[in-house]
Design a protein around this ligand. Structure first.
Ligand code: FE
Length: 341
């Protein structure tokens, strides 16, 4: 924060110094729900390459959306970044975004990871996969659908339906299997829960270590984080946890997206577009993904060693990520109907 404030101050000083000469220094204002200290490096690189100063405000996605709504046309925000597509869908629905026509982005990011109307695009991908206790589970479920089989009764730990990751997962199942099948699936999951939903994804993995759960659903990076740092209740049990890349013989694993968009009222649209295009560069892709052991959205970008630990997999490239937002209301209705807390 201090660094970025300093950079803002320097940017302002630079702007004043050059007033009256050729052009004002450009800037881009970013509202981001992603916060890593090391992102300073990413923004510094952008400024170095383009001369455009980056100012950012970080917060929870829903707070930032509320702020954008309250600020309306007077918002200083140019770019909005979220770590899940459900919330980007909310921003889109609230009319807070504008389309960006960019060959750079279209050529770099595959179509299924972009909004069909170019309202947003994916920057990095996060897989929601199946983990299991190697000691207690001989044949782990190989598909999301199999999590709802009777054989899994009392074994599954998965967090609350209030969580956006589960909302997007169910939205993708609605898209792949239809609404009725998705309702049956959700009903089956509730029947198979080892306990009432509690905690975050890390807590579902902790349940595998403590023995409370045999099978858990979590985003992949929560597992990898246990190798990077000492995660209480998880790191000591990592050896006993296996993982399954689901649906490898059909549609592939469900991936959610961290995504970026241009704000409708962006005061600096040209700088914003330059920044959005920069996010598809090799440097930005590698940086953005490796901060959280995520998968780059741009194909062909190398993975860091830690992320590569989970091996090769087939991602669900058929289901449009945009459908996660489109099916959000149906997913919420199903969660309510089946009593998934
Ligand atoms: Fe997360």
């Amino acid at each position: 924060m201090t660094n970025s404030k300093l950079r803002c101050a320097l940017g302002a000083a630079f702007a004043l110094a050059t007033l009256g000469s050729a052009a004002m220094a450009q800037e881009v204002n970013i509202y981001s729900s992603r916060h890593y200290d090391s992102d300073d490096k990413l923004y510094a690189k952008f400024t170095e390459e383009t001369g455009i100063t980056v100012n950012r405000i970080e917060g929870e996605a829903d707070e930032l959306i509320a702020r954008l709504e309250a600020e309306g046309d007077n918002s200083p925000a140019d770019v909005f970044i979220t770590v899940d597509i459900g919330r980007m869908g909310r921003a889109e629905e609230a009319g807070l975004l504008q389309p960006v026509e960019s060959e750079v982005i279209e050529n770099a990011v595959p179509a299924h990871l972009r909004d069909p109307e170019n309202m947003w695009f994916g920057v990095s991908q996060r897989a929601r996969i199946i983990f299991y206790s190697k000691d207690r589970v001989e044949n782990p479920p190989r598909t999301y659908e199999a999590l709802a089989d009777e054989a899994m009764k009392g074994k599954i730990c998965i967090r609350s339906s209030k969580n956006i990751y589960n909302q997007s997962l169910l939205a993708s199942i609605i898209e792949a299997d239809g609404e009725d099948a998705a309702r049956d699936w959700a009903e089956g999951i509730v029947a198979n829960m080892a306990r009432n939903p509690e905690g975050g994804d890390t807590d579902q993995l902790r349940g595998l270590v403590s023995g409370e759960c045999d099978v858990a659903v979590a985003n992949h990076y929560y597992f990898l984080r246990g190798f990077d740092q000492e995660v209480d209740g998880l790191t000591e049990g990592l050896d006993g946890i296996g993982w399954v890349w689901p649906n490898q013989s059909d549609r592939g694993a469900h991936l959610n997206l961290a995504a970026a968009a241009m704000v409708k009222s962006a005061p600096n649209p040209d700088a914003a577009k330059t920044f959005l295009e920069f996010l598809t560069s090799e440097f930005a892709q590698q940086h953005f993904a490796s901060q959280n052991n995520e998968y780059p959205a741009v194909p062909g970008i190398g993975l860091d060693e830690d992320t590569a630990r989970l091996g090769f997999f087939i991602a669900d490239n058929d289901t449009m990520t945009a459908s996660f937002g489109d099916n959000a209301a149906k997913a919420q209705k199903i969660f309510n109907e089946v009593g998934w807390q």
